[in-house]
Ligand binder design. Structure first.
Ligand code: ATP
Ligand code: MG
Length: 388
């Protein structure tokens, strides 16, 4: 009898002919996440098994796997060769001391002489014999004991199912660049796109010396927290100070944010294309602020020529976004008080429904190309890796 961790995959189940590719990416991701823990990873049909680990690493392995995208659930299981008496012994061990239980049998091995219901009845009988205080409750048991009998004469007995985060394995959807501010929203947007299988890169604009260096550190800390789910992340840091000063000097105050966001998007597209990222992601949510109306989004989006722009939070309420931020552990960092570059030079009355031709005219006072080139000259690249 050996202890193993049974790992069930999520949506890649549905992938038909491309399944082999997704499973390969998934397998590599699991291996990478467990690289520093001695263990063996085995694939068997729609499952993976982590085997040959020492008991003191069990919790560590489970807590890592919980955050690997693409996985549905995991169970700590006992592995035995298929033999009814041996399986019964494990069921007796797994049974509660008192109360009710049920045994659920899944039989992939069709060569056995008993049906799954017959096996469950036999195993339940053995448990009842060992402890007459127990009783069976098929509908609402205190404990469910699951028995999974596989084709290779191997059976698994387990109790608890720990649910993972679902989604698709990181990298299976390609690379994407996210605009990462220090706020609550954009880290959640990064998490959501990574969950759909995207390897994320981050881009942050700072306005040093108008904003403190702490603002940049905050974004690094956020990226660090996201790395627990997203894996390694390249974070690009670009100074926005001169661009903001120029917009402030030459353009009407009410257009400040709209023009800033158009230049951010232009820079994002260039960095994305240069780094083989197939999309841009932002943390915008409809109607949250003036720059997040349909009209504002249209005017901002119109500068992006070659890539789709994803806004995974567009239909979410702030409360819903905060709940995710708390769940993934970014909230406490996001609410630290350091100013984001967007809040510097903030106009009192930003335009809510900008018109493209008017914005383009206002923007023509700027040397947009020159400003972008200069900003890109001093780009800083920070490599973030999960802390193990
Ligand atoms: P967040 O909480 O993500 O900062 P927000 O509600 O404060 O969002 P805005 O400030 O309008 O909204 O920003 C909208 C989106 O623009 C952000 O979610 C982010 O993707 C991007 N963004 C804003 N400021 C920056 C910045 N300094 N660097 C990089 N991206 C930014
Ligand atoms: Mg913000």
């Amino acid at each position: 009898m050996e202890q193993v961790i049974l790992v069930r995959i999520g949506e890649i189940y549905l992938k038909g002919r491309n399944k082999a590719y997704f499973e390969k990416v998934q397998m590599e991701n699991i291996k990478k996440n467990l690289a520093d823990i001695p263990c063996v990873l085995v694939r068997n049909q729609n499952r993976f098994f982590v085997e040959k680990f020492s008991e003191e690493n069990t919790d560590r392995i489970i807590s890592r796997l919980k955050n690997v995208f693409g996985l549905h659930s995991i169970s700590l299981a006992y592995k035995v060769s298929t033999n009814y008496e041996e399986i019964a012994k494990l069921c007796v061990m797994a049974a509660p001391e008192s109360g009710t239980f049920r045994i659920t049998v899944n039989r992939a091995d069709k060569t056995l002489d008993k049906t799954s219901v017959e096996i469950a009845k036999y195993l339940g009988g053995e448990v009842l014999k060992s402890n007459p205080d127990l009783s069976v409750d098929l509908y609402n048991p205190d404990r469910e004991i699951s028995v999974d009998i596989r084709e290779n004469h191997t059976a698994y007995v387990f109790m608890e199912k720990v649910f993972c985060r679902g989604g698709m394995p990181i990298g299976s959807s390609g690379n994407g660049l996210a605009l990462l501010s220090g706020g609550i929203d954009s880290p959640v947007a990064v998490y959501k796109m990574a969950k759909r299988g995207m390897r994320m890169y981050g881009l942050h604009f700072h306005s040093f010396p108008y904003t403190s260096l702490k603002a940049k550190e905050k974004v690094i800390e956020l990226a660090q927290k996201l790395a627990d789910y997203c894996g390694e992340m390249k974070l690009f840091v670009v100074s926005f100070t001169e661009i903001q000063q120029e917009i402030h000097r030459l353009c009407p105050a009410e257009f400040m944010i709209t023009i800033m966001r158009r230049i951010m998007m232009r820079i994002a597209e260039r960095i994305a294309l240069a780094n083989f990222c197939g999309s841009i992601t932002t943390g915008e949510s409809l109607a949250q602020v003036a720059s997040q109306t349909q009209e504002s989004i249209l005017v901002t989006n119109s500068v992006v020529e070659k890539l789709p722009v994803f806004r995974p939070l567009i239909g979410m309420d702030k409360e819903e976004i905060i709940a995710v931020a708390k769940d993934i552990g970014t909230f406490d960092t996001s609410i630290l008080p350091y100013e984001d570059c967007c809040t510097v030079f903030l106009p009192k009355n930003p335009v809510i429904k900008p018109k493209l031709d008017i914005i383009e005219k206002a923007e023509s006072k700027l040397d947009v190309e020159g400003l972008i080139e200069k900003a890109l000259e001093n780009i800083e690249v920070i490599e973030i890796a999960p802390i193990r």
